[in-house]
Design a protein around this ligand. Sequence first.
Ligand code: NAD
Length: 496
Amino acid sequence: MKHITHWIGGKPWTGAAERQGDVYDPATGQVSGHVDFASADDVEAAVAAARQAFPAWRDASLAKRANILFAFRELVHRHREELAALIGSEHGKVESDAAGEVARGLEVVEFACGIPHLLKGGYSENVSTRVDSYSIRQPLGVVAGITPFNFPAMVPMWMFPVAIACGNTFILKPSEKDPSTALRLAELWQEAGLPEGVFNVVHGDKVSVDALLAHPDVRAVSFVGSTPIARYVYETGTAYGKRVQALGGAKNHMLVLPDADLDLAADAAVSAGFGSAGERCMAISVVVAVDPVGDELVAKIKERVAGLTVGPGSEAGSEMGPLVTGQHRDKVASHLDRGIAQGATLAVDGREHALPAGEGFWLGPTVLDHVGPQMDCYQDEIFGPVLSVVRTPSYDAGMELIADNPYGNGTAIFTNDGGAARRFQNEVEVGMVGVNVPIPVPMAYYSFGGWKASLFGDTHVHGAEGVHFYTRGKVVTSRWLDPTHGGVNLGFPTNG
Ligand code: NAD
């Protein structure tokens, strides 16, 4: 039985936790460990360590920071298989998928290795006679990241490489459902030479989140998780005067036009709908089939779903693993009967798919057809292996459906018509758009984030917006005095 605890000031925490949570192996349904839940005092200790480390870290040269990032990059890369196995053992996702998330996280580390370039300011000579002006960006201080279960490596790595490269010190509060990866990353940071206290991990639930949100020394909070908690974190954190970016849930539509290649569209819908058992914020959860493609497209999707191998993430050949907890599996499964009761048809029933024996949190891939916008399976973010198909008479009706949906994280159009694709990218009210690409997750040097109820705050994560989020701008106006500058002048300074 594993014991997972906090990482504060460069070492594992040695205190005794007042509360703990169970960590499961989703493939067996068995408890594999216990994770300590931080109290407000434990959070205080992490903030104190991060606060103490900040002055020296903010003054570390850009070259030193970049060198440590390069070393961390090498270590994560070297340990990528071990990290993938660790992720799979607590999350359940198959190893190729876990390896993919480590790779996408590494891209952000690689982006942050360019911090000397990213932090370059501007300089203007002679903004007034012999007066120069320049802009600099400075770190905020102690910043925190609160992350969801579904990407225990990648989502924290959207945040901390950029925050740390910018000169901040960081406290990560990972999901209590799969907490071990965060600790392994802390050890790798230390091996890379990161000074103690620059990266800290506290585990826990609402108590630790609330303590971080209320702490006056925590200057900024990045959050990724479900929409109700994202809204809460944004409202609470900003009420305490913090800078907050809070990324929420999603309902991603894939619009399939009649001229699309339906084989490629069906491949994409199945890959994006059932990869990671649908537990991705960029998963396609709704296929919008524009008449008359519905029947043919659903038939092709069914054919592909029937061939999917559901099994433990650690077994070669498994394409889809279990859900993260038994409770979540039951909630996802409840949508099947409710969908039928509300008028949908069950094109593929995941309960009948060949599933591993035992107590694991299994549910096979499900396709609900003839789904309508009022049904619960359309309204809820199911976050599981359930793909809904909505039939629609036209492009415009499909666009109306997407516009009326409260979420705006990702979307995709499948078509061979360049004009239609261009119109879609221009009109659609969604933050990340794919043209014949079903999971359009931006690269590290762009920024990731949705619109509407999928993001609260002004900035998206990583890329230029990440650097902006973790720094404050300052503009200096400077004059080196000589006798020509003499004389009192009460007028407002102008560019004379
Ligand atoms: P969650 O909202 O339950 O948890 C996210 C974090 O918030 C965790 O660290 C958790 O411990 C904490 N938390 C939970 N309840 C809390 C409370 N009452 N008060 C304060 N903090 C609380 O989300 P999850 O189930 O771990 O992750 C899945 C969700 O995350 C989905 O909705 C998914 O769409 C979303 N997600 C969004 C993105 C994105 O980029 N927009 C990316 C990944 C996941």
